[in-house]
Design a binder for this molecule. Structure first.
Ligand code: S5P
Length: 259
């Protein structure tokens, strides 16, 4: 089995300050769990953030599914992120030309750049998408993930697309922190891989989502962070369930970690 550097060691390879911070946060907090808080009211996101916050390294949201978004929401979320020491990831999946994504990131109702530590984007439109987002995010010390693969059935991603996405990321190491992917893509220890489509039992949902277990994602596929949504938020006891995922994630990380 391939031995890997610890998260703490990998911090030294990051060219982006936020990526470094995330690796050290994961190491210090002993968590490689990201919660996907896919609920549609602000108070429900905030309640999850307060309850599950101590267990996670990242809280991921879709701000555009909130029915009652107002400008106090990001401020409240930031307070909880500081209180519990996690990063905020807006799963916006930008996918347009550089000039448009720049506006979508900075302007509109949400002002995503003002509060999201991490955002993600498709590489499909070409490197202008990264340049556009970087014009806004770099000075605010934000980080970008590129989608190299997706978890959904019958998706159009290919191995070649993932490799070209990696090549694109390599052009912007000061802003791109890693990938949304199902597996590790490169031997450079500075990239962070986040894998969605994770539940304690492998399976599918009725709309084509495909789940692997934390062990498959982190040991077999050498990813770094498990992103878990309904596996936790639909549980009767969300905190107890989050703890199970956190434990499973940390145990899986330690299987092939060098330290
Ligand atoms: O390939 C992907 C990429 C993402 S970011 N597959 C995904 O499922 N996601 C997101 O992860 C998706 O938008 C959702 O917010 C979360 C998975 O949620 P779950 O409830 O299926 O765990």
């Amino acid at each position: 089995m391939q031995v890997r550097f610890s998260y703490a060691e990998r911090a030294a390879y990051c060219k982006n300050a936020l990526a470094k911070k995330l690796f050290l946060l994961m190491d210090g907090k002993k968590s490689n769990l990201a919660l996907s808080a896919d609920v549609t009211h602000c108070e429900d996101v905030l309640a999850l953030a307060d309850k599950i916050g101590p267990e996670i390294c990242i809280l991921k949201i879709h701000v555009d599914i909130l029915e009652d978004f107002d400008q106090t929401f990001p401020l409240e979320l930031r307070k909880l992120a500081d209180k519990h020491n996690f990063l905020i990831f807006e799963d916006r999946k930008f996918a347009d030309i550089g000039n448009t994504v720049k506006l979508q990131y900075e302007k509109g109702i949400y002002h995503i750049a003002d509060w999201a530590d991490i955002i993600n984007a498709h590489s499909l439109p070409g490197s202008g998408i990264v340049s556009g987002l970087m014009e806004v995010g770099l000075k605010k010390q934000r980080g970008l993930l590129l989608l190299a693969e997706m978890s959904s059935a019958n998706n159009l991603f290919t191995k070649d697309y993932a490799m070209q996405t990696l090549r694109m990321a390599e052009q912007f190491p000061e802003f791109v922190i890693g990938f949304i992917s199902q597996q590790k893509l490169s031997d450079d220890p500075g990239w962070i891989y986040m894998t969605p489509g994770v539940q304690l039992q492998a399976g599918t949902d009725v709309l084509g989502q495909q789940y692997v277990t934390p062990e498959i994602a982190l040991v077999k596929h050498q990813s770094d962070i498990i992103i878990v949504g309904r596996g936790i938020i639909k549980a009767e006891d969300t905190l107890a369930e989050a703890r199970k995922y956190r434990e499973a994630g940390w145990k899986a990380y330690n299987v092939n970690c060098a330290k």
